[in-house]
Design a protein around this ligand. Structure first.
Ligand code: SF4
Length: 734
């Protein structure tokens, strides 16, 4: 990163560090006091907190030896980690010591996209940001500002921006990840799947994973339960064009043609009904629309599905019979990253319906009822009225789009077109939009139209390098944050608290949000000075001891019934029929098919292969490629190519090639992995590599970026998510 750091600037930074806002000094003191007060044995300090390498929020214990961050372990009291972190979580130490981290606030001194900055003080950076945001609000109204955020750290920033009159909040976790499944399950059951997913893998006798890569997607609790299920001998069915790690543990592997999953699901529904394998009592008492479903499903036989999916009819029958044999302790997993083809809600509705026919809702071994600790909210003053329509969903074009996690690409296209109204500023927290959203060229086009781009992050990633102001946040091991009150099997609350102080001039997200609010004249929205006042208020309002909480890191509530088997009553008060809607009255009302539809996916052009992507076990999205510990394990991605295809194209294992997509976009060079573990009509890459920010020194141009090759995306008409598996690539040699 080219920075102009004059001696005067150094002195300014130094003086700002020591003589800046009183709150900052007190913030650092709190960190030191917390560390001093923590449990100490043989010179080793132990501090509980929760992980943020991904957003599963596992409870951890941080160990500090001789004042230095030494190691991380799972907190045995925490119900999510159960005393064990995943490999990424263990590598969190590398975030703290990452030499590429953003170290001080930066203000751009050149055109956007160029790498030239002034290192400045927090006071200057925040005053300048507040001034720009106020000018934009004054000229174009609060609706011209959009906030993108990901993860629990964005809570306080969103609070500040809401107080400023902003309503355009978006998160890639909806439109680029799990939105379709939440919408589909809410339409069917009136309830979300949620995160952590309410799937009871631990007690399941049989479950199916469709394109869901447990073991590569390392969400800790699920993977631990998956391992237990394998050990117990549960029947595992994996449907995937690629022989994933999960597939290698399965009894049944269905190498499905990409994009045809709904055809398989319709055939499964057909067999369940035609062979009378469904749960009749559940269907009769708790579902709506069985008769229309029975009629509708008749043509979708396993023979019909074979022509679409390439899966033998016998195997289709055998696998659904297996799921039915173990009902209600069997289920089809709803997946997590499910924005694939742009008709994803319909596919996930089919998943929800198979599950309903298995009668497995709130049943042991399938879907449990999550419970949550009752922690009162902080009594903030009400936000100002924001009586304008959100920019990303004009005239409710996508009737089931999210609100708090609005449509990222809706904001992006409004920024480019100025329709339905202009967007002039983006505030981006903890999400590298250049890699997260499909078609980065479109993201860059939108950025060029902005008057102001503020980025808050921990590393100098691609989006930070396009910003006007970059505010360096301390990493999760150095800061306090919002409480973790995730819905789970047992109510619990977890604390994030600093294990070590930040090594440079980085600040906590809550502090940044509060100071920005002060500069924007919104002090009244922060009656507390330090986040510990906020945390203490909430925890004590729930009748819990804050001191004990800090010491243990987690407080567990009383167990509650989570299954029908425990005496839980089955109720569906949140659907219009107050039943499980096999036939969706809400979809019918909005002009969509009330029963799941299948659309045949387009074929790749000759010589091209469908591009699929997924997670690598030791990285999270494009967030961790700067972490030396994790990069020592996997430092580039590969493109998986079927052996027969490789032979025809004379591609060798380990050779570097470029990928070119159907629109002529060329990737960075990427290593070929020749394998029989993938169908010949597609290729696969791990997501998050191919960084183009030179300031990510270890990650720069390592591997190829799948996002870059995803220049086409299909928007789900029901909820506005971006289907990103509709791109095709071919191989290009140097
Ligand atoms: S799953 Fe792994 S990376 Fe994610 S929060 Fe848990 S330990 Fe951390």
């Amino acid at each position: 990163m080219e920075t102009k750091v004059t001696r005067r600037k150094f002195l300014q930074i130094t003086s700002a560090t020591f003589a800046g806002a009183a709150i900052l000094a007190s913030s650092n003191r709190v960190v030191e006091n917390a560390i001093a007060a923590a449990e100490k044995k043989n010179g080793v300090v132990k501090i509980p907190s929760y992980c943020s390498i991904c957003f599963w929020k596992c409870g951890l214990i941080g160990y500090v030896k001789d004042g230095k961050l030494w190691k991380l372990e799972g907190n045995p009291l925490d119900p999510l980690s159960k005393g064990r972190l995943c490999p990424r979580g263990n590598g969190g130490v590398g975030q703290h010591y990452d030499p590429d981290r953003l170290k001080a606030p930066l203000v751009r001194i050149s055109s956007r996209g160029e790498d030239s900055w002034n290192v400045t003080t927090w006071d200057e950076a925040l005053s300048y940001s507040a001034k720009r945001l106020m000018e934009i609000k004054e000229k174009y109204g609060p609706q011209s500002i959009a906030v993108f955020s990901h993860g629990p750290g964005g809570v306080f920033l969103k609070h500040t921006m809401r107080a400023f009159g902003v309503k355009n909040f978006t998160a890639p976790s909806f439109a680029q990840c799990r939105g379709p499944r939440e919408v589909a399950f809410e339409l069917t059951y009136g309830e979300l799947v949620g995160s952590p997913e309410r799937t009871d893998i631990k007690n399941s006798k049989c479950f199916a994973l469709i394109g869901s890569h447990l073991g590569e997607n390392m969400h800790n609790t699920q993977v631990q339960e998956f391992a237990e299920a394998i050990e117990r001998g549960a029947t595992i069915i994996v449907v995937d064009p690629r022989f994933s790690i999960a597939a290698s543990k399965a009894k049944y592997y269905l190498p499905i043609k990409p994009g045809t999953d709904t055809a398989l699901l319709l055939a499964w529904i057909n067999v369940l009904i035609q062979e009378n394998l469904y749960d009749k009592e559940f269907v009769e008492n708790y579902t709506f629309g069985f008769e229309p479903l029975r009629e509708y499903i008749k043509p979708f036989t396993p023979e019909w599905a074979f022509a679409e999916t390439g899966i033998q009819p016998d195997l289709i029958r055998e696998t659904i019979r297996e799921l039915a044999r173990y009902k209600p302790a069997s289920f089809v997993h709803p997946g997590r990253h499910v924005n694939w083809y742009g008709n994803d809600v319909q596919r996930l509705r089919a998943v929800a319906i198979v599950n309903a026919l298995l009668g497995n809702w709130n049943r042991k071994g399938a879907f449990y009822k999550p419970v949550k600790m009752d922690i009162p909210k902080y009594p903030y003053p009400p936000y100002p009225e924001a009586d304008y329509e959100v920019v990303y969903n004009p005239n409710s074009k996508y009737p089931f789009a999210g609100e708090d996690e609005g449509l990222t690409q809706g904001v992006r296209s409004a920024t480019i077109t100025g329709e339905p109204y202009p967007i002039k500023a983006w505030v981006v927290y903890g999400t590298n939009l250049i890699q997260t959203m499909p078609n980065p060229a479109e993201t860059i086009e939108a950025i060029k139209k902005l008057d102001f781009l503020l980025v808050i992050d921990v590393i100098p990633n691609e989006i930070a390098m396009w910003a006007d102001v970059v505010l360096p946040e301390s990493i999760y091991l150095e800061r306090f944050d919002e409480l973790n009150i995730s819905p789970f099997r047992i109510p619990f609350v977890g604390i994030r608290q600093p294990v070590v102080p930040p090594p440079h001039d980085q600040k906590d997200g809550w502090w940044i949000a509060r100071e920005l609010a002060v500069k924007l004249g919104l002090e009244k929205y922060y009656p507390w000075m330090h986040i510990e006042e906020y945390l203490k208020y909430r925890v004590e309002a729930a009748g819990l001891s804050y001191e004990q909480f800090k010491k243990d890191g987690v407080i567990l509530g009383n167990e509650q019934p989570i299954y029908v088997e425990d005496g839980l009553k089955l109720e569906f008060p949140f659907t219009p029929s107050q039943k499980v809607e096999l036939y969706s009255t809400q979809l019918a009302e909005k002009g969509f098919s009330p029963l799941p539809t299948y659309e045949r996916p387009p074929e790749p052009p000759p010589g091209y292969f469908r591009l699929l992507f997924g997670r690598v076990p030791v990285h999270t999205f494009s967030m961790t490629q700067s972490n030396r510990i994790l990069m020592d394990m996997v430092d580039e991605n590969e493109v998986w190519v079927n052996s027969d295809v490789a032979e025809t194209l004379v591609l060798k294992n380990g050779e570097y090639v470029y990928l070119k997509n159907q629109d002529g976009i060329l990737s960075n060079k990427v290593k070929v992995r020749v394998t029989q573990r993938i169908r010949p009509d597609c290729v696969f890459m791990y997501h998050g590599f191919g960084h183009t920010s030179k300031n990510l020194k270890r990650a720069y141009l390592k591997g190829a970026s799948d996002s870059e090759l995803i220049s086409r995306y299909d928007i789900d008409p029901i909820m506005g998510g971006t289907g990103m598996n509709n791109n095709f690539v071919t191989f290009v040699r140097e």
